[in-house]
Design a protein around this ligand. Structure first.
Ligand code: GLN
Ligand code: ZN
Length: 763
């Protein structure tokens, strides 16, 4: 009988009760010392390793832990901290780590008494197609690498001291270079980097580490030939160290890289058995018999219970084909799912029976192994039956399936008239000046607002008192905007805690966990809603607030909605129907809200889609299909609006050029985008493309408390005008203002309005 070995590519590190987050925050506030932070981290690692072993895993995974970000760990391990930080000899590795992660402000004086120059943090960007953000390594032509840290080895020793068999994990060299920026030819750095890997692998081997997992998720991307070629040489070299290597791929099928991944000189290959289930047989055929095959049959990206019968059916031919041991695993690191269902005491019991978080996924792995090794054992039979029953109840549930929703016809998604006609009608209705000014939606979420919302949630404030408190905030925001002289006002979103949660809580088909936190970056965690059933809107969600705001002013107030793609993207989604089907349901629900706002007399409605681009599939070949349904979802939502209703959308990300045709296809009357940090460079794409509708390029960065002066804003607008005809331009900040204070917000907006006036006079 061949052996079934269990492992996971990685595990959540923030802790069941977000212990790491709170320790980090205390450390940054100087409430605890570095050694206290390290102690919390060590406790969490020990606890997580114990959980892996308790579930029956054959190895603990070491090296996936990070105080802030695992890529940042590698930057230190490889000794490639960017020179621009000009670290002083007095700065410890831990201090440097957090300076890279969080930046250094010029005012900060170091403990040594000397002031170090200000440096912004490393750029943060999304880890493949997840909602986790990593710190981007910065390279230059003279970047050098050296084995410069002991953290990995210390953690290996820590696990060994606890008596655990260790599989160490590192990002592979090609993926590490791929993730970085700063040089055109990153591959040219490979020869400098490989010796460091060699040294690390030799040291891990000397420490008696059983396996070293090297993560190369870029094997699931469309790689240039030079990168594919580089794999062969690199892995030939890495293999010389003599440590048994497990090459790990995930998130995407291997496709044309499949035979390459199978033939690299490593001891084992991990593949994503969820997203690349259709490739499993191929991999089993191509992978040489002496190599270990690790299959990720339990989804590391979603929170549903695994269909174990289906997994067993898929595993059966692999067991037949492969002579050696078979490894079972989650598809990818469990970093992307919450810690455990155990904490969800208030969650609906039936829904809970359909779910599996990180700890429960470990149990699923153990059950899969038992189902293969000892299928006749009564306990195994019973566990399989329970899992089967939960799945069946979900499949047949009348709560999941709402016929009226699933069969609702999808309407024609076009607006009633082309943009030029709409524009004239809207102008006649709104009578806006040139360079109209507006904001992106949220105003400062003051502590008064947060206190009121929290008290309401705890039941300490009744509905009437809460609504009265929010109305005071709305009236305040409207009054401020009128005084500032803005043209299109907003109600300020005081009643919203989060732009997705606010809608999810009012839509059918969504559930919220109490502790389902997932790390977004560093100490920041998000608690994505769970979309578990057909989505519909029982009642209007924003109409009362918006109508109240509009009743206070003669200026138009913009209704504020989150778009269907963003709601989908920032939630855990159903795996029992295609994403597009769920997107369409959300779109139809939001369409009803647009119709109700319009009926209530609201003339301008914004549908935010900051996550539209995030949904792009990793493989080029799948992007067109995604963009088709994503654009359609937006158009379904917006399309119900009459020609005289002005539809805005808002997006904040630094890359548009590759999806400009699709952004134009949204056919929003106005799009506001984040551009100030690129000094309007982002607009060039829109200009070259001759983007037809109106655009509001963000004129100042809302991420910083800095108040821009009006000349500076006017200069940016003149720059914009050189690219986009003046009649198409709006004036607004980069994004919502909820994280800012009122003083700086009012000052910045006053200067923004002054800049708009300046441009009007110049025109
Ligand atoms: N309307 C939202 C706000 O102003 C938009 C936020 C976003 O783009 N992420 O807060
Ligand atoms: Zn934004």
């Amino acid at each position: 009988m061949k052996k079934i070995v269990l492992h996971v590519p990685g595990f959540p590190r923030i802790g069941a009760a977000r212990e790491l987050k709170f320790a980090l925050e205390r450390y940054w506030h100087d409430d605890i010392a570095a050694r206290d932070l390290h102690a919390t981290a060590a406790t969490l690692r020990a606890r997580h390793w114990a959980a892996l072993r308790a579930a029956g895993l054959d190895f603990v995974t070491v090296g996936d832990f990070a105080l802030y970000d695992h890529v940042a760990n590698h930057i230190q391990l490889f000794g490639c901290e960017p020179a621009r930080f000009a670290f002083g000899a007095d700065e410890s590795a831990l201090q440097r780590y957090f300076i890279m992660a969080r930046g250094r402000s010029g005012r900060d004086e170091c403990s040594c008494g000397s002031a170090h120059a200000a440096s912004p943090a490393l750029e943060m960007t999304k880890w493949f197609d997840t909602n986790y953000h990593y710190l981007v390594p910065e390279f230059s032509d003279d970047t050098t690498f050296a084995l410069a840290g002991t953290r990995l080895f210390d953690e290996v020793a820590e696990a060994q001291a606890l008596g655990h068999p260790v599989k160490a994990t590192l990002i592979g060299p090609l993926t590490f270079l791929w993730l970085g920026k700063g040089v055109d030819d990153k591959l040219a750095l490979l020869d400098r980097l490989l010796p460091v890997y060699g040294a690390i692998l030799a040291r891990l081997k000397a420490m008696g580490v059983a396996w070293v997992q090297l993560d190369e998720p870029i094997l699931g991307l469309d790689l240039p030939a030079s990168w594919r070629g580089a794999f062969e040489n690199a892995y030939w070299q890495l293999n010389q160290a003599g440590a048994p290597l497990l090459l790990a791929t995930y998130f995407s099928p291997l496709e044309e890289n499949l035979s390459l991944a199978c033939r690299l000189p490593v001891a084992g290959l991990h593949v994503d058995g969820v997203r690349a289930a259709h490739e499993l047989l191929n991999v089993a055929d191509w992978l040489p018999a002496h190599k270990v095959l690790s299959v990720g049959m339990v989804d590391g990206r979603n929170i549903w219970r695994t269909d174990l019968d289906l997994a067993l059916v898929r595993l059966a031919p692999l067991l037949d084909k492969r002579a050696g041991d078979l490894w079972l695993s989650t598809s990818c690191s469990l970093l992307h799912v919450p810690y455990s269902l155990k904490a969800e005491t208030a969650l609906d019991a039936e829904l809970k029976s359909w779910l599996a978080f990180a700890l429960e996924k470990l149990d699923e792995l153990a059950l899969l192994r038992a189902a293969i090794a000892t299928p006749d054992e009564p306990a195994v039979q019973a566990a399989l039956a329970a899992s089967r029953m939960a799945l069946a109840s979900r499949r047949d549930s009348a709560r999941v399936h709402n016929r009226a929703v699933a069969e609702r016809p999808v309407p024609d998604d076009s607006r009633p008239a082309p943009f030029t006609q709409r524009r004239a009608l809207q102008q006649a209705r709104l009578n806006l000046p040139a360079f109209p000014t507006t904001t992106i939606g949220s105003f400062p979420q003051t502590s008064a607002i947060r206190t009121a919302r929290a008290a309401f949630r705890r039941g300490e404030l009744d509905v009437a008192a809460y609504e009265a408190a929010m109305r005071v905030e709305i009236a305040h925001a409207i009054g401020q905007q009128e005084r500032l002289g803005l043209d299109v006002l907003v109600h300020g979103e005081a009643e919203r805690n989060d732009m997705v949660e606010y809608f999810g809580e009012q839509l059918d088909g969504f559930a919220f966990t109490a502790h389902g936190w997932v790390q977004s970056y560093g100490s920041r965690c998000v608690k994505p809603p769970v979309i578990w059933g057909d989505v519909s809107r029982p009642a209007p969600m924003t109409v009362d607030w918006t109508v109240y705001a509009q009743s206070l002013t003669e200026q138009p107030v913009k209704g504020m909605l989150t778009g269907p793609v963003t709601i989908l993207q920032w939630s855990f989604v159903r795996d029992d129907q295609p994403r597009r089907a769920t997107a369409t349901q959300i779109a139809l629900a939001m369409r009803d809200e647009v119709a109700d706002l319009e009926r209530a007399g609201i003339a301008v409605i914004q549908i935010d889609e900051p996550a539209l681009r995030e949904g792009l599939p990793l493989r080029q070949g799948r992007r067109a299909a995604y963009l088709d349904w994503a654009v359609a979802a937006f158009r379904i939502t917006a399309g119900v609006a009459g020609a005289a209703t002005q539809i805005h959308t808002h997006m904040c990300y630094p890359e548009f050029n590759d999806i400009l045709p699709q952004i134009a296809a949204l056919d929003a009357d106005v799009i506001t985008i984040e551009t100030s940090r690129s000094a309007m460079a982002l607009l060039d794409g829109f200009g070259n493309f001759r983007y037809p509708n109106d655009i509001g390029p963000g004129v100042y960065d809302i991420h910083s408390p800095r108040v821009p002066d009006s000349r500076e804003i006017a200069a940016l607008l003149r720059k914009a005008q050189a690219v986009i005809p003046a009649r198409q331009l709006w004036v607004n900040p980069d994004c919502g203002l909820k994280t800012r204070g009122w003083d700086e917000t009012a000052a910045a907006l006053r200067n923004m309005v002054a800049a708009a006036h300046l441009l009007r006079r110049e025109a």
